[in-house]
Design a protein around this ligand. Sequence first.
Ligand code: ADQ
Length: 452
Amino acid sequence: MVIVSNRVPAPKERQQLAGGLAVGLAEAIAGRETLWFGWSGDASDNVAAPQITTIENLTFARVDLTRSQVKGFYEGYSNGLLWPLMHYRVGLMEYRRADRESYEEANERFADALLPLLRPDDLIWVHDYHLIPLGAALRARGVRARIGFFLHIPFPPLALFEALPDCDSLLHDFAAYDLVGVQTRQDADHLDAAGRARGARLRVQAFPIGIDPDGFAAQARRAEAGRDVRRMVDSLGDRALILGIDRLDYSKGIPERLRGYERLLQRFEQHRNKVMMLQVAPVSRGEVAQYKALRRQLDELAGHINGSYAEFDWSPLRTITRSVPRGTLAGFCRLARVALVTPLRDGMNLVAKEYVAAQNGEDPGVLVLSRFAGAADELAEGALMVNPHDPDAIAEALDQALRMPRGERRRRWQAMDAAIHTATAAQWGTSFLADLERLDPQENAEADHAEP
Ligand code: ADQ
C-alpha cells in the first residue's frame, strides 16, 4: 500500500495528525505494509534522496523541494491557481507559465524519488490537487500498478474549469488514474463531463469523506472537564456560545459569516449581551497574497463589530488566529450552542461533522450550514441551511437556532448523528481502496517499460 500526499508529517507528529486523511487511512491501512510518501514541508537547495523512517509496518518517505519549487509549485500553481479555480473563484486565479513548469517539475521529481521505492504489486493512492500529474508521470516511468487519486476539494463546472489555460493536459492527467474519487455527486458529474468534453476518459466516483465520530465524541467529553473549557465556561457566564472553526481561507466565508453575525446583533436586539461568538481561524498559507489580505479584512471586521456593539462587560466577538489544540476545539464544539459552518464552497468540511459528533445528545446544539459545503448532501435534514452570501439569512438562522426548543434540537441532531455514523472516515478509506482493488487495471498504453 502506497499513500502519496503533498505533505507527509514527520513521524513524531503522527499522533497529532487527527484530520480526515489520517483517520480515514488508519483503518484502511491497518494490517497492511504501508509506505507514506510526499513532501517534508522543507525547502533545501541540495535535494537528495527521501528521508526514510519506519515505525512498525508504516514507512514514511519524505522529500524536500527546492525553494523555487516551493514558490512555483506550492504557493504559485497549487495554492495561487488551482485552489481558487477549484473553489469557483476564477477571479482570484494567478496564472504564470513558470509556475506551471514548476508544478510539472515537482511532480516529475516526486515520481523519480518514488519510483525506486515501488514494488510491482503495490496499490498506490495519490491525494489532492498538488499531485494531479503524478499518476501520468509514474505511468511514463513504466509503473503498471493500480493507481487511485482522491480530490479533497470541489471540481467546478466545465465553463469555469476552461478558464485554466492547461485544462486539457490536467484532464488527461486525471485519466492516467485507474480510479478518481471526489467528495460529492456534483463534483463527480462536473469532472466526468469535463473529461468527456475534452476527450479524456476518466473513471470518477463520489466517496464522501467522514470522521471518526465516536473518537471525536470521546475527545469532546474528556475536554469538557479540562482547564480550557472551564475557563471558557467562566468567561461566558450564562451567554450562549456561537462557534466558527476554520483555517483562515477565503473559501470558508469568514468575512461573510461575521457580517451575518453583525446582522443578528443589529436586527435581533434581544440577543445582545446574551451571546458570544468565537471564531478560531489559524493563519494558513500566510505567504500567498490573497491570504494576507484576508487576515487584514478579518481584523478590520472584528474591530468594527466589537467597536459597534461591545458593552463595558461584553465583547460580542473573539477571534483567534493561532492554532488551538484539537482536544480543546472538541470541547468548545460540545459547549457551543450554535456552530456556524458557512463556506462559500468546500469539498466536504469536516468541522461540520465534528461539531455534530461532539454534542451531548440530550441537549445538543444547532448546526448552521452552508448549502455550498460538500457536507450539505448528508446533513441538510438536521442542519439549518443557509446561503452564505446572504447576511440576513445567516442572522435569521442564528436567531432560529438560539430560540430552538430542545425537542427540535434533538430531532435534528439525531438525523445528523446517524449520517456521520453511516459515512465514517474508516468507511471512506476502505471503500475507496476496495473499489480500486476490484477494478481491472486500465490499459496503460504509455506503460511500455519494464516494471520497477
Ligand atoms: P480543509 O480545507 O482543511 O480540508 P476541513 O474539512 O474543514 O477543511 O478541516 C479538516 C480538518 O482540519 C478537520 O479535522 C478540522 O477539525 C481541522 N481544522 C479546521 N480548522 C481548524 C482550526 N482552526 N484549528 C484546528 N483544526 C482545524 C480539505 C477540504 C475540505 C475537506 C478536507 C478533507 O478543503 O473540504 O473536508 O480536506 O477531505
